[in-house]
Design a protein around this ligand. Structure first.
Ligand code: NAP
Length: 405
């Protein structure tokens, strides 16, 4: 079976590629044209994430790189190259996309919706009828903040927290329409927020929690003249609701920030390697001969992470004291006003919903189970390798990464 993958240079795509190479001798990488030498980037990223030397040495022979642009008709290829590519494939994994949570809808649609349309056209054109594995997101559930979200649900009734979610929802609709039109099966994989314990590095793709950390850090820099004191006391454990009067400094003299959030809120965070493993396992299951439709799976953790744990993580990284409050402050400080500039991201602190993944658990059994995602694991994936940000005193050292089952 010859398989192609979009987005192989990305945070998830890299892990999907690594996992696909366990069972495929060759993979065609549909790389982003104009983004640099994909083979070099992939090799370097895999090296930084611990791939063995012999595995790296084999990559030039095992990867066929085709430069593409999702946003362009025929992925930017000539008619002939497009047909030849389509005819060479038995499976297409579509992981590329823009995860720009603050992006505007037209820009996100170009990559996520039109990009998916062009990938589906590639699948439709292939003589061997390549199967489609579409990477979506659990966040197509949009602004539904409470209750249980099931895998067979796809509606826009609650609206969306941001344009990214909407673009991914619209992309899923396209997959359904394509499957109906062509009578072809498709797998839709909906991961939750993906995390890693691999420390950040300029040559590695970033991940969503890094984006949040960057926003807080930039806001802090832009509004506070004094240099940050990164060694202020730890906030390793959540300590209940509001910890002081608005405007007063937080513990260790840190600037206090009030942001709307729920003390009993929770977010689903899943190690990216585990997500890739679950996705590939699901794709390897024999599909029923009668199945010509779309099968959708929530690729999520069975235990959510409490919002106060996420807040504690951010407070370890950024010298701020974050108070979760019920409603937007009437008298926002400059810092609060800046952070409020990202409503499509901060809204997640109010979420209390749960993603049902009964079907994944039923199909994969223990292979679906992942070790808990705790503060130390999250810290490890955000603190720079150099150790430039000291560990707060009194916190135990980060444990070795716990493998998932
Ligand atoms: N990260 C998460 O937590 C998360 C959670 C749920 C779902 N997802 C979904 O998982 C998928 C992968 O996410 P990710 O975290 O790996 O994102 P990422 O790190 O930002 O990677 C995006 C990938 O898409 C490629 N790409 C972007 N624009 C392109 C274009 N116009 N043409 C061709 N390739 C293009 C990028 O190539 P360059 O690097 O060369 O630009 C990169 O390989 C996305 O569909 C996302 O919606 C991610």
């Amino acid at each position: 079976m010859h398989v192609a993958l979009t987005g192989a240079t990305g945070f998830l795509g890299l892990r999907l590629l690594r996992r696909l190479l366990d069972t495929h001798t060759w993979v065609t990488v549909l790389a982003h044209a104009g983004s640099g030498d994909a083979l070099h980037r992939i090799t370097r990223s895999l090296e930084l994430t611990g791939a063995p030397r012999a595995f790296l040495a084999g990559l030039p022979e095992r990867l066929r790189v085709v430069e593409t642009d999702l946003a362009l008709p025929r992925l930017g290829l000539s008619a002939r190259a497009f047909r030849e590519l389509a005819d060479s494939l038995n499976a297409i994994w579509h992981s590329a996309g823009s995860i720009h949570l603050e992006g505007d809808l037209p820009e996100l649609r170009r990559t996520n919706v039109e990009g998916t349309r062009h990938v589906l056209e590639l699948a439709a054109a292939g003589r061997a009828e390549p199967v489609v594995r579409h990477v979506s997101t659990a966040f197509v559930a949009g602004a539904r903040r409470t209750g249980v979200v099931y895998e067979d649900e796809l509606d826009d009734g609650a609206g969306f927290e941001n344009a990214y979610e909407q673009s991914k929802y619209e992309a899923e609709l396209l997959v359904h329409a394509w499957s109906r039109e062509h009578g072809r099966p498709a797998l839709v994989l909906r991961p939750s927020i993906l995390v890693t314990d691999v420390p950040p590095h300029p040559e590695l793709p970033s991940h969503p929690l890094q984006v949040v950390e960057r926003i807080l850090r930039d806001a802090r820099r832009a509004t506070v003249a004094a240099p940050p004191t990164v060694t202020s006391p730890p906030t390793g454990a959540p300590d209940g609701p509001s910890r002081g009067t608005p405007g007063s400094p937080g513990p260790g003299g840190r600037p206090r920030v009030r942001t709307v959030g729920h003390q009993r809120g929770r977010l689903n965070l899943l190690p990216v390697e585990h997500a890739a493993d679950v996705m590939v396992r699901l794709s390897e299951l024999p599909s029923s001969p009668s199945s010509r439709g779309v099968e959708t799976y929530h690729v999520v953790h069975d235990r959510d992470v409490p919002v106060p744990t996420v807040v504690a993580l951010l407070e370890r990284l950024v010298p701020l004291s974050i108070d979760l409050v019920d409603a937007k402050p009437q008298d926002p400080s400059a810092l609060e006003a800046m952070i409020d500039f990202y409503p499509g991201i901060t809204a997640y602190l109010t979420h209390r919903r749960r993603f049902d993944d009964t079907r994944v658990r039923t199909l994969l059994g223990p292979a679906a189970v992942c070790a808990p995602v705790g503060l130390d694991r999250l810290w490890s994936g955000l603190a720079p390798r150099s150790g430039a940000i000291p560990r707060p005193p009194g916190t135990p050292s980060a444990p070795a990464p716990t493998p998932c089952a």
